[in-house]
Write a protein that binds this ligand. Structure first.
Ligand code: IPD
Ligand code: CA
Length: 266
């Protein structure tokens, strides 16, 4: 049991848990994946593996840090008696996972304050893709890393920005999403829709994408990835001048951020 609130200690624990959790997700993937239920709509799915992986993460944290809070995509929230809450997406990119596309990740963040992204302070974040073996990690003030390589965001070249985005599961959001994309296109050399918000953010941190934006994300989708971007020298934000949230999540290098934010604003 430990109660340290040092970002580096939280990150070390999150790395250990993410490796184990990712290993379980990959094993279940090899054994064959079945959809367990739909959530907000037919396209929004959960597998038994999502639930099992979240249970592993939650049990490990309950054992090693019993006073911390928890907010997970599949099993909900429990209040903290310490200042720390863990924000967890057991498999971000569940649709990719189900189809066998090797672009999905375990995302684990530790935040202080409240479990609300509008006010929390992110302390540590890990995004682990077990299919590629890539583990992205960051701690507040400690930089962002891919393994032992320090990450830095990129800025677009003369051809424009390589951008990623996502489309919500609710078909009613598709028309406004496409209108927004049309406004963004003048900034873009090309667009990617990779299917995992956590990895999209990790890729911005790694300079593999110049920017990313998406409306409709939940706290667990962006908690770890946004810290990666901030610690890699990038900027993250949300609806005009706010923090990342459901209304909007934007991530880019400092040279692109304001232009991207202006293009996605309603
Ligand atoms: C989804 C992915 C996707 C994004 C969706 C998220 P899930 O998470 O991050 O890229 O477009 O908004 O809900 O459902 O795979 O955990
Ligand atoms: Ca997710």
């Amino acid at each position: 049991m430990t109660t340290s609130a040092e970002p580096r200690d939280l990150s070390v624990l999150a790395i250990d848990i993410a490796r184990e959790a990712g290993g379980l997700a990959a094993r279940r993937r090899r054994e064959g994946v079945a959809i367990a239920a739909t959530k907000s709509g037919l396209a929004d799915i959960v597998t038994e593996a999502d639930r099992e992986v979240e249970a592993l993460i939650r049990a490990w944290l309950a054992e090693s840090r019993p006073s911390d809070g928890f907010l997970g995509e599949e099993s909900g929230a429990s209040e903290a008696t310490s200042e720390i809450t863990w924000v967890v997406d057991p498999i971000d990119g569940t649709v990719n996972y189900t189809y066998g596309i090797p672009q999905y990740a375990v995302s684990i963040a530790a935040v202080s304050g409240s479990a609300d992204p509008a006010t929390w302070t992110a302390l540590a974040g890990v995004v682990f893709n077990p299919a590629s073996g890539e583990l992205f990690h960051a701690s507040a003030g400690g930089g962002a890393w891919l393994g032992d390589e320090r990450l830095a965001v990129a800025e677009p070249g003369p051809a424009g920005a390589l951008l990623a985005t996502g489309f919500g599961y609710d078909p009613a959001t598709h028309a406004p999403t496409l209108e927004r994309l049309a406004r963004v296109m003048p900034l873009a050399r090309d667009i990617r829709r990779l299917g995992s918000a956590a990895l999209d953010l990790a890729f911005v941190a790694a300079g593999r994408l110049d920017g990313y934006y998406e409306r409709g994300l939940h706290a667990w989708d962006h908690a770890a990835g946004a810290l990666l971007v901030d610690e890699a020298g990038g900027r993250t934000g949300g609806a005009p001048h706010g923090r990342p949230g459901r209304e909007m999540t934007i991530a880019a290098g400092p040279g692109l951020f304001d232009r991207l934010a202006a293009a996605v604003a309603d």
